[in-house]
Design a protein around this ligand. Structure first.
Ligand code: ADP
Ligand code: MG
Length: 898
């Protein structure tokens, strides 16, 4: 639409000359001069040309025609005088934005402009309509150009470069632009820099630093952007310094022109204001980078806009002949005109949409490449004077403006990623994260350190307590140990003395057990004791070593679990070792007791029957003789403690168990100890040993001890209650060793003597077990079996007499009679007597008589009544036979003389 608008505004001739329109048009309204650029609001119109410098990503640009305003200077003093009788050559219709150029008194050409500024237009208004929209675009990130074109003396410099004078309302576009820019930007994030140059005879001079008097134009081969890297760039932070900079530039311009013997109107002045603004963009550009790190603060996309406002005060456009110069001046005029005519040619080419635009023909056109046909927003102000004398120049100027109005630019925002700022932001964020990470790491390390310290102190406390307890226990044991060793030694010395005084005893003993004397054994035990002491000492040293190792370990701060558990294990081993040592001490003591006990026995033996002291009887477990030498055993009780001895019955060491059971059996042989043993649970332990049989000796000795305990009526009931009879029966059935069987038979025999247990004993197989053991044939076993039968028969008889029991004897029921009859006249006195007695008891009850007669017992009874060497048994048999009618009848039948 915009392009149509200005095409309608002028009529093109074949030569490209512009004819003024005769009809008015308001088409320009459709594209307001003041309208602020907003790419998103602009419709996508057809692009006439694409910009070579479109480097802003994703920005296609919007069309923006070059805006042209015309300004008429008021008559100056000279004109007021000289042209007093003439009318102005132009007539302005500002409300219609039209200008009429008089051809003569009755004819004129009418031209339409974007703005028509009369001689009364204020500097402020001129700035607002011509420059302000461009400045606003520059602040929005677009390049912008404000250029003044016109004949010398028409007010180009007045319009653009007028500095603050006596009247601030006179300030020109340069000053006002900078005011607006500084007001809009933030000095913290944005920046404004300025270069000020002069182009004279195709040479670019630096007005801020005159030493740079030949600055070259550099073109970016990729973007086509032109820049002047040699020009001084000064950052502007306030208006005052900018004005001073302009003054400095102006002073340098005057100085340069004086040196070159020229005027400022013959050179082009170019002010470049570089605006850099930071913009916070969307986050889409960074979303892919930050997706994975949700804990990170998502940095916003930093964008930077680098725009440039170029204000060009062109040299005068008047013809060379009018300046009246020659020679050098002519060359100069050519140079001035080279740039100016090149600019005109470019604008013509652009206006006509020509395929070739001769941009490279001059430095001016190269510098203004972006301003005409580029991406910048451009405003041109053409200045004219009122004098009819300069009508030709005025006309040329007007036509230049008209052509420029046809140039359409493609405005593009100069925006790019601010990689520097992004990198700075990320660096700051990284620093923050590193600091945070370090802080957390430190907190974590501190916590670990704290836990370590706590654990260490706990471990050392436990270890300390443990070491203290161990030390105390050790001291106690040592004391006890020393004490008992002392006592034992005293006793040994005493015993030795006694033995020495009774030399014949040891002689006898030596005869009995060739090769081993009590003295030697005692010496052996002593040696063992000594060894134990050494071992104990070694163990203590080991313990101390461990302690010091542990101390070192704690000092080194290492508190690894494995090390601690290793030390614990060693300590456990140590404790175990100590326990074993204690056990061994107990055993040694009891061995010593045993030996002492035996020595005592030996000493008493000479006057008695040698049988009592035979090898087998040295271990006799039940004390039938009742000689009651309790001293050594009692000593053992006192010194060691029954609980400790009983505990040894469960020791892991088989030897310890064997020895312990022997000691218990010895103790059980003493009547006074029996009660204590049972109270301490010794009976149960002994029965347990029978049950968990693994060693014949253990079983034999345990059975012996049980036999001893079974002498007591109370214990008999206890044994029955704890299932002892079945355990004894099992042992009776599977034991081979005659001594074991003798002990078992002895135990059962004792139980047989208890009136109350008769039925239970028999029902649990006691009698059968007893009879089963006769298979062994050993006289000692047989003797115990016979004793049991006699005991049982006696109790049974008593019960029958008391009327508690009736019916046949349980002995007969369980088939004992044949064996009784068979062995009633045994050679061995012990067997014989027990069985004779048993027969007498059985015969006392008529209910048994028939079986006895059938089993041949009557003959034995008759024999007993006649031949028994013991008077009491003989008379008992007599009485029994006499009182039994059945026996008497049978004797009569058999014609036995009685
Ligand atoms: P140019 O730069 O085009 O050669 P100048 O800006 O130097 O012309 O102006 C020439 C003279 O005219 C100066 O003295 C200036 O003050 C005066 N002048 C120009 N335009 C105006 C105006 N609009 N109002 C008042 N005086 C003006
Ligand atoms: Mg000037």
């Amino acid at each position: 639409m915009a392009s149509t608008a200005y095409r309608n505004g002028t009529l093109q001739t074949q030569k490209g000359a512009v004819k003024p329109i005769t009809a008015t048009s308001s088409n320009f309204k459709s594209s307001s001069f003041k309208s602020r650029l907003n790419p998103s609001q602009s419709p996508g119109s057809a692009l006439r040309r694409s910009s070579p410098s479109s480097f802003a990503a994703g920005n296609d640009g919007v069309p923006g025609r070059v805006r042209v305003a015309v300004r008429l200077r008021p008559r100056n003093a000279e004109e007021l005088v000289a042209d007093a009788d003439f009318a102005d050559c132009v007539e302005l219709q500002p409300e219609l934005k039209r200008l009429k150029l008089r051809k003569n008194n009755w004819d004129s050409d009418t031209y339409e402009f974007d703005e028509v500024l009369t001689e009364f237009a204020s500097q402020k208004r001129v700035y607002e309509v011509v420059a302000k929209p461009v400045v606003e675009s520059v602040l929005d990130g677009y390049n912008g150009t404000v250029m003044a074109y016109g004949q010398t003396g028409t007010g180009k410099t007045f319009t653009l470069g007028r500095l603050v004078g006596e009247d601030t309302s006179c300030r020109g576009i340069m000053v006002r632009s900078m005011e607006d820019i500084l007001a809009d930007i933030s000095l913290e994030t944005d920046s404004v820099c300025v270069s000020y140059l002069q182009l004279y005879m195709e040479t670019i001079q630096d007005l801020l630093n005159p030493v740079n008097d030949n600055i070259s134009i550099v073109e970016d081969p990729k973007t086509g952007d032109v820049s002047l890297p040699g020009a001084t760039i000064v950052e502007i932070r306030d208006q005052q310094s900018f004005v001073e900079l302009l003054r400095l530039g102006e002073a340098h311009r005057i100085a340069a022109n004086t040196k070159l013997n020229t005027e400022s109107s013959r050179s082009h002045a170019i002010l470049m204001i570089h605006v850099k603004r930071s913009v916070i963009g969307g986050d889409e550009a960074l979303s892919s980078e930050t997706n994975n790190g949700s804990h990170l603060v998502k940095p916003s996309k930093p964008l930077v806009r680098r725009s440039k406002l170029v204000i060009v005060d062109l040299a005068g456009s008047e013809r060379v002949h009018k300046s009246g110069s020659e020679g050098h001046m002519l060359e100069e005029a050519k140079s001035i005109n080279l740039s100016l005519s090149a600019l005109g040619k470019c604008i013509n080419a652009l206006a006509e949409n020509s395929s070739h635009v001769p941009v490279r023909d001059s430095k001016l056109t190269r510098l203004l490449k972006d301003s005409f046909g580029g991406t910048a927003r451009t405003s041109l102000i053409v200045t004219i004077g009122p004098s009819p004398r300069h009508r030709g120049e005025t006309s040329t100027t007007i036509l230049f403006g008209q052509r420029a109005m046809k140039v359409e630019n493609m405005l593009k925002i100069k925006e790019e990623f601010d990689y520097k700022s992004l990198s700075r932001k990320l660096e700051i964020q990284l620093d923050k994260l590193i600091a945070e990470n370090e802080r957390q790491q430190k907190a974590f390390d501190d916590e670990v350190e704290r836990i370590n310290l706590e654990a260490q102190s706990r471990i050392s406390e436990v270890e300390r307590n443990f070491a203290d307890a161990l030390e105390k226990e050790k001291l106690k044991c040592q004391m006890e140990y020393m004490e008992s060793v002392k006592k034992l030694e005293e006793k040994m010395v005493l015993n030795q003395r006694k033995q020495e005084s009774n030399g014949f005893i040891s002689d006898r003993y030596n005869r009995e057990v060739p090769g081993v004397s009590v003295a030697e054994e005692v010496a052996e035990v002593r040696k063992l004791l000594q060894n134990e002491m050494y071992m104990r000492k070694a163990a203590e040293e080991e313990l101390n070593k461990l302690k010091s190792q542990f101390g070192k370990y704690m000092q080194s701060g290492s508190c690894e679990d494995t090390e601690t558990s290793r030390l614990h294990k060693m300590l456990q081993d140590e404790t175990h070792q100590k326990k074993k040592l204690e056990e061994e001490i107990v055993i040694l003591r009891s061995q010593l007791m045993q030996l002492t006990f035996e020595a005592e026995q030996m000493r008493r033996c000479p006057g008695e029957n040698g049988n009592a002291c035979t090898g087998s009887d040295r271990h006799s477990q039940y004390n039938e003789t009742g000689n009651g030498q309790k001293a050594p055993i009692t000593t053992l009780f006192e010194q060691v403690g029954l609980q400790k001895i009983l505990a040894l019955l469960e020791s892991e060491d088989a030897n310890v168990r064997i020895h312990a059971v022997k000691v218990v059996a010895n103790l059980a042989a003493e009547e006074t100890n029996q009660e204590k043993i049972v109270e301490a649970g010794g009976l149960s332990s002994l029965l347990m040993l029978l049950r968990s049989f693994e060693d014949e000796t253990v079983r034999r000795v345990a059975a012996g001890a049980i036999a001893n305990l079974a002498m007591n009526e109370f214990n008999q009931e206890l044994i029955m209650l704890q299932g002892g009879i079945s355990l004894l029966s099992i042992t009776a059935a599977d034991a081979e060793d005659p001594q074991t069987l003798r002990m078992v038979a002895g135990a059962i025999a004792n139980l047989c003597g208890n009136d109350k247990l008769q039925t239970k004993l028999r029902s649990e197989g006691g009698i059968r077990a007893l009879l089963g053991m006769v298979r062994c044939g050993h006289p000692d076993v047989l003797s115990q079996v016979a004793r049991g039968i006699a005991n049982f028969a006696k109790c049974e008889s008593r019960s029958a007499t008391q009327g508690i029991k009736s019916g046949r004897s349980l002995l007969i029921e369980d088939g004992a009679l044949p064996w009784i009859v068979q062995n009633a006249n045994d050679e061995a006195a012990a067997i014989r007597r027990h069985l004779e007695l048993a027969l007498c008891h059985l015969a006392q009850h008529e209910v048994n008589a028939k079986d006895m007669i059938c089993g041949g017992a009557l003959w034995e009874l008759v024999r007993i009544s006649r031949d028994c060497s013991r008077d009491d048994i003989r008379s008992l048999a007599n009485r029994t036979l006499n009182s039994s009618p059945i026996f008497k009848a049978e004797m009569r039948r058999l014609r036995i003389d009685f």
